[in-house]
Design a protein around this ligand. Structure first.
Ligand code: ADE
Length: 356
């Protein structure tokens, strides 16, 4: 039996739900997929070259001293490979890793349980560490600093404090919001690094590597076309390669070329900067209703029907990075480049000066 795909299936599917494909927050469907394609070594981990070089030295030094690594904090926009990098570090150190996230450590017993289950040298990775509650933080301080837990037994006057030793472990924290980490927690990380957006060449390599693993045929120009619209983010590049490959298979012979990639991305309504409908709505709102801004993020969120925190964490980092949006103390505003990109006429000189 053969299944004949309707030529318009791809287009129909793309309009079924809101289009979050180029927003870098992790979706449930990403998790298994990402685990299957994650690089395990520095040699196969593409990009972040300055950070990789520093980490290699740190790892070699820790190995020579036969001591665990210092606690590490990675920060930066979502989708740039913080979890992947933690896995690479564990692999290069030849130690096991436990992966969790701050919202999963709600009760004291969650964090105590995980700390007590660690092996000597093991890595504990806590994602979204800025969301750790106060109690969990207090438990972590002595654990990070001197590798013990302060446990209390008994009630009121008979209360006793027990010091429970822990194995020497390494905590790797990851956050999209380094500014929201409390000072005392931040100070307990020996090494703090920012992950940068990827350039198009690096993303093109990520795409070709993933295509190889997924047995997708793609040429260099096809990979470059996807890289161009992946907003500096491997997670998005990896999502797009799958969608573009579906399109290539349904409409052509399965091979991804530049022309086919561009057709598919146009149907997905991802423009040549990698912006999707949400981004464009946000920018258009500032231009059309607020004369280019400034306007507060809560107002924008209410007007376009999105959550303000999601806009801040997921949409904005890339718009800020590519200069299409600016953050000012009085709110968000757009730049002349935004007007040009979205096809608006820039106002005359005197009006423009008052705007920007
Ligand atoms: N997939 C996601 N991130 C990657 C990276 N940095 N290198 C290689 N493959 C990746």
């Amino acid at each position: 039996m053969s299944i004949i795909a309707d030529d318009n299936d791809f287009e129909k599917q793309q309009t079924v739900k809101k289009n979050p494909i180029v927003q870098a927050n992790v979706e449930e469907t990403d998790k298994t997929f990402e685990n299957n394609i994650r690089p395990k070594t520095f040699n196969t981990y593409i990009g972040q070259s300055a950070l990789k070089e520093t980490l290699k030295i740190t790892i070699q030094a820790a190995k020579k001293r036969e001591k665990p690594l210092d606690h590490l904090l990675f920060y930066g926009p979502p989708g740039l490979g913080k979890t992947t990098l933690a896995g690479v570090i564990a692999n290069e150190m030849c130690v096991p890793i436990k992966i969790t996230s701050a919202p999963a450590l709600e009760r004291p017993r969650d964090i105590i349980g995980i700390l007590m289950s660690l092996e000597e040298g093991e890595i504990l990775f806590i994602d979204e560490i800025h969301r750790l509650n106060k109690v969990a933080e207090e438990i972590l301080y002595p654990a990070m600093e001197d590798f013990y837990l302060d446990m209390t037994t008994g009630k009121s006057q008979t209360v006793k404090t027990l010091r429970v030793p822990l194995p020497k472990f390494t905590l790797i924290g990851a956050t999209t919001k380094a500014g929201e980490l409390s000072g005392p927690l931040r100070d307990r990380f020996g090494i703090i690094h920012r992950l940068e957006f990827y350039n198009e060449k690096e993303l093109s390599e990520v795409i070709q590597r993933t295509a190889g693993i997924l047995e997708i045929q793609i040429d260099e120009k096809g990979a470059a076309a996807i890289a161009k619209r992946s907003r500096g983010t491997p997670r998005i590049a990896n999502r797009l390669i799958k969608r573009v490959s579906d399109f290539a298979l349904v409409k052509y012979d399965g091979k991804v070329t530049e022309d086919i990639a561009n057709q598919a991305l146009d149907i997905l309504k991802i423009d040549e900067f990698g912006l999707d409908t949400t981004d464009r709505n946000l920018l258009k709102l500032i231009i059309e209703k607020y004369d280019g801004g400034p306007v507060g993020i809560e107002t924008i969120a209410a007007a376009i029907g999105e959550d303000a925190r999601t806009l801040e964490d997921v949409c904005e980092p890339f718009l800020l990075q590519c200069g299409l949006l600016q953050r000012t103390p009085r709110g968000r505003k757009v730049s002349p480049q935004t007007y040009r990109h979205l096809g608006y006429k820039i106002k005359n000189q005197s009006e423009q000066q008052s705007l920007f």
